[in-house]
Each structure stands twice: as C-alpha cells, then as structure tokens.
Design a protein around this ligand. Structure first.
Ligand SMILES: [Zn+2]
Length: 484
C-alpha cells in the first residue's frame, strides 16, 4: 500500500507515487523513460523512444472521436534534485520519502519533482483509462528540461502530427500561460593593455542588492551591481585621475548581479578627494534606489600604497564606455491587450570579468518577439565593435509568441468559467519554456500551458496541492472531451 493510495484522483496519484519511487533527476532519466516505454508496450500503444530518453506514446481516439484532430499532451520527466542540509537522501538510487500533510504532498527534506512528475502522472492516468473521451493522443515526455531544455531541443518533431499542444508544466492553478520569451546569451570581449603603476590602492565593493532571476524579476527594476559600478567609474572619470587594477561583478548571466568590486589606484594627494567623491556618489545612487534597494552599500577601503598592473588610459576609456552604453534592464513592455504588465524585451548585464589581456561582459537577452531579440543583439554588437571589442552569441532559443486566435485558450477559458464560476488569468512569462521550442518546431500550432498548484518548486520545500490536482485533472479531462 502506497502512502497516496486512495487519494483522489486515484489513478493520477498512483502513477505519481510510482514516479516518485524511480530516481529521475536531470541527466538520470533513463530508468523512468524505460518505465514509460514498458507502460506503452503493456498497453499495446505505439511509441518511439529517442536515444536521449525522450519518448512519444500514441493512443488512438476513443469511440466517436476518430475524425477529430489529434492532441499532444506534454510534460518533462526530469526533476531538480535539491535537499535539506541534514538530508541523507541519495537521488541516484533512493525513492523519494514522500508524505502527506493536510492538502499537500511533499517529500521529507528533498524536492518532490511534482515539477513535472504530476504532468507525467496525469497523462498516464488518461492513457491508461477507457472512461475518458478524447481525440487521438500523442503523449510527449521530454528529458532534461531543468538543465537547459536539452530534451525539447533534441526532440524529433516529425513524430508529432498534432497541431494542438497542451503543456502541463505550469505551477499556478487558474493561470493559463499563452506565451514565453526567447533568449540568447551575448559575450563582449575587449582586448586591454596594462602597465605598472604606483599609488594608493582602494578596494571598492558594491553590495547588499536584491538580485533575482534575470527574466522573472527584471521588471522589479532592482539595481544591477555591474551597471552601478559603471556609473561610479564614469562619475569619478569626470572629476579626477585614477587607474583601474581589477574589475569584477556577478556570477551568472541569468541572475541580476548583487555584487561588484574593483581595485583602483589613486595618487597620494588625490586620496582624500577620492574618498569624498565615492561618498557623494553613494548618496546619489542610494537616493535613486531608495524605494527598492534599502540595503545597498558602497564599501571603500584605503589599502595603502602599492604597485599594481593597471589599465592603460585608452583601455580604461573603452571599459568605461562599454559599461556606460551597454543597455540593461527592461527595454520594452508588451502593448497587447491583457499583456500590458508583461515585459516584452529585456537585457541583464550579468557578469563582468577582467584578466591581463581582456575585459569581458556577459548578458542574457530575452524577448517574446524574436525580431526584437535579434535587433537588441545587433545593437550590442555595434556598441562592442565601436570599442574594438569582439562580440559573440550563444544559447539562442526561440520564443513562444502570443497568438491572437487560439481554439484551446478560448475553450479552456469557457470550461474554467463554467466549472469554477470565475475567470482564469491569461499570462505570458518572460522566461524560457519548452513551449517556445515546440512552437518554433511545429508552427502554426495552438499551444496552452497549465497545471496544478505547486509551491516552492526547485527547493526541498516543494509541495503539491492535492485538491488542486483534482480540479486541474478534471479540467484537462473536460478539455479533451470538448476537442471533438
Ligand atoms: Zn518544470
């Protein structure tokens, strides 16, 4: 007897518990993929398993739906493996120690993988049963969504014939997702010259900032430590002479940088004025961010006299030029009806580094309109090349663009209203989803994404609402019935 036995909807939770018993962290999904393949064999369904573990299972239409257009149900089979400090769980071999409290399923001290195991369980429950009415189903299970959507990128889309796709990788009941941003990573690399220089060395650190996800939190207008460092250097440049010995900031291009640092060399006679100028800049910038960054700090310490390798004048000018003109943050908000509070295009200046030969800037660009993403990238290229820097792009992935007409969206809104007596929220997300890759591969295609409430996904506190699964599953079953 499993812990979830008897929990409604019964089949969904039976399958969910089965999935929790099979290790399936990203990069380790072979066993679960084979398990799903065995499921298909046992039920006599056609299937195709790709070498990476991606799987598609075909279930014929139920009686009366033979002529209806087929539908694709999709979710990912990998999960994020995070555990509490004191957990001894081994994600490579142990079943998840799941438990129930009130309305929630969770795993003791580890992620639960309801993101996206609950989608897989709901799809299996539908494939397994004769009681639901539906058109032909193409059930698509992808691997390694969590590490960069590698499964969706590698998928052989010729095996999907449906032009209606229901993605079940969303975590807020009552919110239907209808678009997602595409993105790319941009690298600027500027050759620099250094020379030895003597003076008073200063250690400057900008810290205490919020940070956050470069897509989801870019509209909070939190301070970007690298951008602030650029402002400081440009502020000082207009007032006095100084030399740059070190520059660094940020850890990941897809996180808003919370900290940046530099080492500057100043002449002995300028050091008092220098400290006053830094203090003045600190009060100016704190005033600009008083509404949302009240822990911002600019630390400035006199380290005494030293001799360091510093940027030659020409290199320093170019570095400060780049830090001043490279755009950062929200570039444009959406104007479509119902989407006005969503970011359309953004850029996050995420990493700044300097070596003896080069100065580097790395940014994450996002847009729900592909042409805007490329226009922004080309602007960056122009800026970089004007300074004599090299520019390169990597990790390009497509947007899921909002469609004016969507049969699935209209139908789902109508069903939701009639089943629950209130209106759902229709939303786009300013981050990447597998839907973007699927959209790009299958267009023209009608896609919708929804799912039950999952809280604290990707953390050991992840929890799945049982009642929300029941409502979401009923909604999915009703939607399939309407696709006649
Ligand atoms: Zn997910």
């Amino acid at each position: 007897m499993g812990i979830l036995n008897g929990t409604e909807p019964k089949k969904v939770f039976e399958y969910f518990e089965e999935i929790c018993g099979i290790p399936h962290g990203s990069g380790n999904t072979r066993q679960l993929s084979d398990h799903l393949k065995d499921f298909a064999k046992k039920h006599g369904f056609n299937y195709n398993q790709e070498p990476c573990g991606n799987l598609i299972i075909y279930k014929p239409a139920s009686a009366g739906y033979e002529k209806s257009p087929s539908v694709c149900l999709q979710g990912h089979i990998d999960m994020v493996c995070e555990k509490a400090m004191d957990s001894r769980h081994d994600f490579k071999k142990d079943p998840l120690p799941i438990a129930i409290m009130d309305d929630e399923v969770f795993s003791k001290g580890t992620t639960l993988g309801a993101d996206d195991g609950i989608a897989v369980a709901m799809i299996l429950a539908i494939l397994d049963s004769d009681e639901y009415e539906h058109p032909a189903i193409e059930a698509v299970f992808t691997v390694d969504e969590e590490t960069g959507m590698e499964g969706a990128k590698a998928f052989n889309y010729d095996s999907i014939h449906s032009r209606r796709v229901i993605n079940l990788d969303s975590e807020d009941e009552g919110i239907f997702y209808v678009s997602s941003a595409g993105g790319l990573r941009a690298n600027i690399s500027l050759p620099v010259d250094l020379k030895d220089h003597k003076g008073i060395e200063y250690d400057i650190v900008i810290s205490g900032l919020h940070g956050g996800h470069s897509g989801e939190h870019i509209d909070k207008y939190y301070a970007n430590a690298i951008e602030i460092m650029g402002r400081l250097l440009s502020f000082l440049q207009k007032r006095m002479k100084f030399r740059i010995a070190e520059l660094s900031g940020g850890l990941m291009d897809n996180a808003i940088p919370r900290e940046a640092g530099c080492r500057l060399i100043v002449s002995v006679e300028n050091s008092t004025t220098f400290e006053q100028e830094v203090a003045e800049f600190e009060s100016i910038i704190k005033n600009e961010y008083k509404a949302n960054e009240d822990n911002m700090m600019i630390y400035c310490e006199n380290l005494g006299e030293s001799e360091r390798k510093v940027l030659r004048n020409d290199s320093a000018k170019k570095v400060i030029y780049l830090l001043t003109v490279v755009p950062n943050g929200v570039i444009k908000m959406c104007r479509e009806k119902g989407q006005q509070d969503m970011v359309e295009t953004s850029l996050n200046l995420g990493i700044m580094r300097m070596s003896d030969e080069k100065f580097f800037l790395e940014s994450a660009l996002r847009s729900s309109i592909s042409t805007e993403k490329y226009a922004l990238s080309s602007k960056l290229r122009t800026i970089a090349e004007m300074a004599g820097a090299e520019y390169s792009e990597r990790g390009d992935y497509p947007a899921w663009e909002f469609s004016e007409d969507s049969y699935l969206r209209d139908m789902l809104i109508r069903l939701y209203e009639s089943m629950f007596g209130r209106s759902p929220i229709i939303k786009g997300v300013h981050a990447g989803l597998e839907c973007g890759i699927i959209y790009n591969a299958l267009k023209p295609v009608d896609i919708i994404s929804f799912g039950p409430n999952i809280s604290d996904a990707h953390t050991p506190k992840e929890a799945l609402s049982i009642s929300s699964v029941e409502r979401t599953f009923n909604l999915l079953v009703s939607l399939l019935r309407e696709l006649k």
